[in-house]
Design a protein around this ligand. Sequence first.
Ligand code: PLP
Length: 405
Amino acid sequence: MLRWAEIDLNAIKSNLKAIKNKVGKRKIIAVVKANAYGHGAIPVARAIAEQTDMFAVATLEEAIELREAGITLPILNLFSILPDQAEAVLKYEITQAVCKLSTCEAISDCAKQASPRVRGERGGGDIAKVHVEVDTGMNRLGVHYSEAVSFLKQVCALPNLRVEGIFTHFSSADEVDKSYTNLQLERFNSLWKPELGFRISDFGIKRNNSLIPPSAFRLPPSVHLERSAFLIHAANSPAILDLPSTYFDAVRPGLILHGLYPSDEVSRSIPLKPALSLKTRVIHLKNVVSGESISYNRRYITLASTKIATLSIGYADGYRTSLRNIGEALIRGARAPIVGTICMDNIMCDVGHIPDVGIGDEVVLIGKQGDDEITADEVAKKAGTISYDIFCGLGRRVERIYIDG
Ligand SMILES: *Cc1c(COP(=O)(O)O)cnc(C)c1O
């Protein structure tokens, strides 16, 4: 094995525990989209399924992958589908995020024609579950907050559809300045103002653990909201760290579950352990004289005679081309600078200062070796991006190895 990622499932479990300590009784919607941020959706989901209330993914395919792996927990597909994908929502019992009536109608029609999951439970088809996304300022998906209440009433009037949640997404919770997040929160909270008919205050339910009463939706008698299943949620990783007022009934941790803080501007209010290490091996070594160029287009020229190691990883594996001449690797516990252009399948580093480097030596590009550590944040900063992007960019050739128990 010449390039691999070691994923410590114990770290992920420990991060989840720490998140739960922080958010109290709120439900956990563990976000495992994009192959669990490159960590492997199935092993990650299996490792935490018993401690989690729901999973969230980004596509129906990701949801189906989890179902086919035997995950039986509710799975929320966070992003809109097109009407012709409604059938899969029913077939795999996915909870679908919605913000367009036409999609809701398609899901409702499909549900009406589907056979009920539990025989004899209900006549006239199955029940599809949806969460309504409210756009409070992200301007990506969601129904505009000013139209959300009338939208909810329309959706709730559709047969064979059950609204099991309402959520919003913050655009800037990872910044020091929380004013925009607070504005988004205010817009979200305006949905349950008494004059709009949501009257949660009448039910003596606290805002921070709010449940919208079924009566608020004037539901047709055939459809009911199970209050215990109904979730209001908003908090992504940065909001979980810094804004308890956003917790509502459930939180949606993604990055922090995998052990990284979303930015330098969020507090370290939850102890996290990075779960992923990226490793490769030295596959070639050579001595070069001063003035030699290394790799494509001669972007690095040696300043003295030295020793160059070739590593078996490249941009096809997710090691960014922007790390040319600035990336670092840990070899024998020491830092070795990446020199020259990053190739598709290889990178070179200068190991002239490290004694006894040998062919086959283990090399760490993200993670610990000896007393030193290269964090995903360090790599991301040098590459001009964020750790999310580095993780999601890890390629298929990077074998995932799991440490558990
Ligand atoms: C990705 C995503 C999350 C998780 O975000 P993190 O910052 O990784 O916690 C939560 N909600 C939605 C809608 C998302 O798209």
